[in-house]
Design a binder for this molecule. Structure first.
Ligand SMILES: Cc1cc2nc3c(=O)[nH]c(=O)nc-3n(C[C@H](O)[C@H](O)[C@H](O)COP(=O)(O)OP(=O)(O)OC[C@H]3O[C@@H](n4cnc5c(N)ncnc54)[C@H](O)[C@@H]3O)c2cc1C
Length: 510
């Protein structure tokens, strides 16, 4: 059997780990896996690529792991391999509760991928790492034929898309080329593209904006920086709480609720969250989290208060985090009309509360705000060009704010047509994949097979950010690792069931 995996990040690693664990010891068919990664580095992916060490993980060192049955694997690796990383990350305080630099986690993933390549050989699986970009996939008979940017043709029986967070297509801009940066990454490059005294605008106020602001200032940027957020929300600050075992937001309770009520409303889910928070706080709803929360009016005052609150446990954060285990179940239980309402009206608020930042990064942002170097602007705007070709933000009150450079830090769009990927464009055009109305491409939620325009099996599967319309929240490592595990075990079950049926038929015929 031959398999092609497109993308060599954390999701691909989790998929391989679980697939290899599912190969029955009695049957180890010779298998070749082409692992195709356009960055040429296998393991870190885009999320944990080499970059500045101020890009922090948003999950604690002791918790984050791509392997469901190896809790603390990252922390253990750091302890055992200090000699390999400390020179590059001398300021990192190794502790299970610390937030490690993402590139350090990338180093770990790279080491684990190298281990995986060796380990796979013990079950007759040969992983061939291919440094290329897959630009197209077509079905030829029962085979999937993948074509790369360097004219390689890879023929396989099955393809798994683990393409991760794809960049947005650059927005049309009438001004000078290079004045709008389509993404802040790699942050290490920003000082080479932006002069230290330049006036910089950043569009978006989530984690990639925070990476960009901190990366710029810490590398010596002296000019003013302005954040523009359409929603006005800003991430909250992570408290000192640990994790909880949910009582209401768990599979059995949700199944019973759906049996009783049918498809849920948003208000049902808000009630569940409230019940869970009340349970976690022994009856008290937290004073720091009204539902739905309003965006902050004054970011500095908000961060001061958040930093203060984050000195103590914030059980509601543990509750929101615990939804990771059932987030797709919640999403599928929700009525379609409420899914649309949630995405249009509440998604920004949800993200600002669900994806929190460590105190050290909040304190830096607060310091820059207080020094006057950083400002925050909430509200709708349009991007225009001035007479010199520089970007101008035109606010809804018609104020014109001019910048030397604008950085787009809004992340990956949900709509597939707005993603910059030749492969996706070709898959959609061929009808091998169709857009999901709520984002990404449509997949079967049980076996992760990509749903195409034509009936029948496509032999194409997808995991991770591309499946956001089906599974909703696909922006956390543990969630994508869980999907990779489900996909790998469903796939292995189908392959080895077929094999054993074939062997039984051959034995009966013989
Ligand atoms: C900047 C950033 C920071 C994040 N931080 C965290 C965090 O702290 N904690 C957390 O839990 N989650 C975080 N996430 C969420 C992240 O999406 C998940 O952790 C996810 O599991 C990452 O793994 P991945 O393999 O799905 O995607 P990626 O890391 O995006 O890897 C996908 C890989 O596919 C490659 N690729 C794409 N298309 C092709 C092609 N056509 N041909 C060849 N190669 C291709 C890309 O080059 C990339 O290396 C972050 C995401 C981003 C973008």
């Amino acid at each position: 059997m031959v398999i092609t995996i497109v993308g060599g990040g954390a999701t691909a690693l989790a998929f391989l780990y679980n697939y290899i664990a599912s190969v029955p010891s009695g049957q180890q068919p010779e298998t070749t896996v082409y692992l195709v990664e356009k960055r040429g580095v296998f393991g870190p992916g885009a999320a944990y690529a080499r970059d500045v060490s101020s890009n922090l993980l948003n999950t604690k060192t002791g918790f984050i792991t791509p392997f469901h049955d190896r809790p603390g694997d990252f922390y253990n690796w750091l302890r055992e391999n200090e000699w390999a990383w400390w020179r590059n990350f001398p300021a990192f305080d190794l502790h299970p509760d610390s937030y490690a630099p993402r590139p350090l986690f990338g180093m770990y993933l790279q080491a684990k991928m190298a281990w995986m390549v060796k380990h796979a050989l013990t079950v007759n699986v040969r992983i061939i790492q291919v440094d290329a970009e897959v630009n197209d996939i077509a079905m030829v008979g029962n085979s999937c034929v993948a074509r790369t940017n360097c004219s390689l043709t890879l023929t396989s029986d099955h393809v798994f898309l683990c393409c991760g967070t794809l960049p947005a297509k650059p927005a049309a801009f009438a001004g000078e080329v290079g004045r709008i940066l389509p993404s802040p990454y790699p942050v290490a490059e920003l000082p080479h593209r932006i002069a230290p005294d330049a006036n910089v605008g950043i569009v978006g106020a989530r984690l990639s904006c925070i990476d960009a602001v901190i990366g710029l200032v810490e590398s010596g940027h002296r000019g003013p920086i302005a954040i523009h957020s359409r929603s006005g929300y800003f991430p909250c600050v992570r408290g000192t709480q640990g994790r909880i075992v949910p009582k209401f937001l768990e599979q059995g309770h949700l199944e019973a609720l759906v049996r009783q009520k049918g498809r849920l409303r948003l208000t049902d889910i808000v009630d569940l969250v409230r019940q869970e928070i009340a349970h976690a706080t022994q009856g008290d709803l937290p004073r720091d989290m009204p539902l739905p929360p309003a965006p902050p009016k004054d970011l500095a005052a908000y961060l001061e208060q958040e930093i203060e609150l984050a000195r103590s446990p914030r059980p509601w954060q543990a509750v929101l985090y615990s939804t990771n285990a059932v987030i797709d179940q919640l999403w599928m239980a929700l009525r379609d009309s409420d899914k649309g309402l949630f995405l249009s009206d509440y998604f920004s608020a949800f993200m600002s509360y669900r994806v929190s930042i460590p105190t050290e990064n909040a304190a830096r942002i607060l310091r820059y705000l207080k020094s006057g170097q950083l400002s925050f602007h909430a509200g709708e705007f349009a991007i225009e060009a001035d007479g010199d070709g520089k970007p101008v933000i035109r606010t809804s009150s018609q104020a014109a704010l001019g910048y030397d450079y604008l950085i787009n830090a809004t992340g990956s769009p949900r709509a597939t047509k707005r993603l910059e990927s030749t492969l996706l464009a070709n898959l959609l055009q061929r009808g091998m994949a169709v857009e999901h109305p709520l984002g990404g491409i449509a997949v079967d939620r049980h076996n992760y097979e990509v749903i195409g325009r034509f009936p029948g099996k496509t032999r194409l599967h997808a995991m991770g950010e591309l499946t956001t319309g089906t599974f909703f929240f696909t922006s956390a490592l543990d969630i994508n690792a869980r999907h990779a595990r489900n996909c790998a075990t469903a796939f292995a079950a189908s392959v080895f069931r077929q094999d054993s049926v074939g062997m039984e038929q051959a034995a009966a015929a013989g």
